[in-house]
Design a protein around this ligand. Structure first.
Ligand SMILES: [Zn+2]
Length: 233
């Protein structure tokens, strides 16, 4: 990072953004893999089929998350780079106009015209491009688009969520695996829902219930689909 955060508050909310994305990714991996496995169990799949399908679902899901995240964050990174090119050119071609522009931004934020111009001049001498990117365009080093990092976090959190129901299939006996898988999934979903809600500043219980009920519905529906397919095919 290279600088000291001035306010604990902003530092915390910045970290919450990352954590929330990770919690959502884990929730996706957990629910989609658990629902797939429950559907296959209902259709009468063997342990080998369950494991093969589970690992395939984990890999496919993690890759899809990584690619989706990479594409969307890359678009944001491209827009940021275009901003940098535009500001660099404007600063080189019309430094006076850019100085006035920066001063008028500080004036609009409440500084006197004279003070705003003084601040703008100092900042132009110190790091003109940085000042324009930050104060004119709202760029922020902490929230800068990092496509590879975003892709990695999404893939890793999806895979982590998917490992929970897969672990149940590996560890549990045939007679207990459905109940253990469902129990692990529901408890983990409620925990993730609670953490996600807390990070977003919402009540934990409501978040847990919302995610928990949604997840139970997903499991029940794919179980029904699996049952229907198992008898039809
Ligand atoms: Zn500018």
């Amino acid at each position: 990072m290279g600088f000291m955060p001035l306010h604990d508050e902003s530092h915390r909310s910045d970290r919450a953004g990352w954590l929330r994305a990770a919690v959502l990714g884990a929730d996706d991996g957990l629910v989609s893999t658990a629902a797939l496995l429950v559907g296959l169990i209902a259709a009468g799949a063997t342990k080998n089929t369950l494991l093969t399908s589970g690992v395939a679902a984990l890999s496919a899901g993690a890759l899809a998350m990584a690619i989706g995240e990479y594409v969307s964050v890359s678009a944001q990174a491209d827009a940021e780079k275009a901003d940098v090119r535009k500001e660099t050119r404007e600063l080189a071609e019309e430094p006076e106009r850019e100085l006035e522009e920066l001063a008028s931004i500080y004036e609009a934020r409440g500084l006197s015209a004279e003070l705003a111009m003084t601040v703008a001049k100092y900042l132009h001498e110190h790091d003109a491009l940085g000042a324009h990117l930050r104060d004119e365009l709202g760029h922020d080093e902490r929230t800068r688009a990092r496509p590879f990092q975003a892709a990695g976090v999404s893939a890793a959190s999806f895979a982590t969520g998917a490992l929970l129901p897969l672990g149940a299939i590996v560890a549990a006996t045939v007679s207990l695996r459905t109940s253990i898988l469902v129990a692990i999934t529901i408890v983990s979903m409620c925990l993730l829902g609670a953490v996600g809600a807390r990070l977003g500043g919402a009540p934990a219980l409501r978040g847990a219930l919302r995610v928990g009920i949604g997840g139970c519905l997903a499991l029940a529906i794919t179980y029904g689909v699996g049952l229907a397919l198992g008898t039809a095919i």
